[in-house]
Design a protein. Structure first.
Length: 436
């Protein structure tokens, strides 16, 4: 499981400390020439046994903490799925309100036009009907016009009745639309309230997860400083990824060397060997390799596809995709992996890079807040950041068919293999809207 990495690191540290202290005991005893050698040996063996027992207790505590942290992570994933479902509902209802509002405005404009046309027609017919018959006898030409007007009035009467009925139906339709609009607004209000409550609960769980993460990973701050230095030195995203991979290889080599030295250390009498693997650089063996997960990666955020992979943008081809999201939308890890970079980077704003093993990396940019820290293992569907919330959101693009214009945000997503960008869409699970 992902969090077993931290358990392994803690157990490795404890074992080194335990053996170091154990080795210190014989040295101090050897410096003391007094006492029976057999008694001194018994004391040393007893001390080693006690420290081995303490080490096992601490290692079990570390494993228990890892299990608890993973349980929190699973709970967060479930809560995030609920939040994203609510975000989808809020988006759909908001879109429906816009659609109904546009239709209502259109119907009211048509009604106003028809009423104006009917008013002019009725006024003309009314003037014609009031024309004196005596005047028609004095002017034969006017008599012909009067007869034609009467015929026209007789022919128009059924049509006017139909128009009047149509206007009445249109008025009824407008009233229905207004009722529907009011009902949808109430639904939206309730959904937004539920979404706020779910987000608060998710934030509480996320903070608990972060606290557990800080307890389990003592190396996170140092690793973050190293990655920040690499980002300052990198001229491009490609350079940054190469530097991260080189640093990962260096750390892995150091961990393997430490494990090898530990394995070669002399064991205390009667003490069983403890096998500790170096922290894996890719997803744990319990995870399915990303190369076998095509079509099943979690959507980083719910929304609409704005720009596709390879599309021209400012004269350059897009190396990833852009998703229009709701303001304050949750952003999740598309697959299990280890966070190798978290922070600002050149034109990408706040950038998060997750290594999935097999030289696959996911890049997420455009978030207002990033939760995940360097060195942290994340699970598919686990929240790693949030888009700008509604209070501060500024619409970045005109609305799409699935995302209303109000406060729409843009999330940039890249998937890379060996440093080369690949189209992420075929790797994602169904649910992403078509390009607008």
């Amino acid at each position: 499981m992902p969090l077993s990495i931290y358990t392994g690191r803690i157990a490795l540290t404890l074992l080194i400390l335990g053996l170091g202290m154990a080795c210190a005991v014989p040295n101090s005893a050897a410096q003391n020439p007094e006492g029976d050698p057999r008694s001194r040996l018994d004391a040393i063996e007893q001390e080693l046994a006690q420290r081995a027992a303490q080490q096992r207790v601490l290692a079990e505590k570390a494993r228990a903490a890892g299990r608890e942290a993973e349980a929190i992570a699973r709970s967060i994933i479930a809560a995030t799925a609920d939040v994203q479902a609510l975000e989808e509902r809020v988006t759909a209802v908001a879109l429906k309100i816009e659609t109904v509002g546009d239709l209502l405005q259109e119907q009211e404009s048509l009604l106003e036009l028809k009423q104006d046309q009917m008013a002019r027609t009725l006024a003309a017919l009314q003037r014609l009907s009031r024309r004196p018959q005596a005047l028609a006898l004095l002017r034969p030409g006017d008599a012909d016009e009067t007869i034609k007007g009467a015929i026209l009035l007789r022919e128009l009467a059924p049509q006017l009745e139909d128009e009047a009925r149509a206007v009445g139906q249109q008025v009824a339709r407008i009233l229905d639309l207004r009722k529907e609009l009011m009902a949808e607004r109430e639904t939206l209000k309730a959904d937004q309230k539920a979404l706020e409550a779910s987000r608060r609960d998710l934030e509480f769980q996320r903070e608990a997860r972060q606290a557990e993460q800080q307890k389990l990973s003592q190396e996170a701050q140092e690793e973050s400083r190293v990655m920040a230095r690499l980002a300052d030195q990198a001229r491009s995203l490609e350079d940054l990824l190469k530097a991260i991979e080189a640093e990962r290889a260096r750390r892995l080599a150091a961990a393997n060397a430490a494990a090898e030295r530990l394995a070669q250390m002399p064991k205390a009498p009667g003490d069983k060997a403890v096998a500790l693997a170096a922290p894996p650089a890719s997803a744990p063996s319990s995870s399915v390799p990303l190369s076998e997960a095509r079509g099943s990666l979690a959507l980083p955020a719910r929304g609409r596809l704005l720009r596709t992979f390879g599309a021209l943008n400012g004269g350059l081809h897009e190396k990833g995709i852009t998703i229009a999201t709701l303001a304050g939308a949750q952003v999740v890890a598309p697959y299990d992996g280890r966070v190798v970079y978290s922070g600002p980077f050149r034109g990408y704003g706040k950038l998060l890079i997750i290594a999935h093993g097999e030289e696959y990396h996911t890049l997420l940019a455009g978030m207002d807040e990033v939760y995940a820290s360097v060195g942290q293992w994340v699970l598919a569907g686990e929240p790693v950041g949030m888009m700008q919330d509604e209070a501060r959101a500024v619409p970045q693009r005109a609305k799409t068919a699935d995302v209303p214009a109000k406060n729409a945000q843009e999330l940039y997503v890249e998937l890379r293999k060996g440093g080369e960008p690949v189209d992420p869409v075929p790797w994602l699970a169904a649910g992403l809207g078509k390009v607008s």
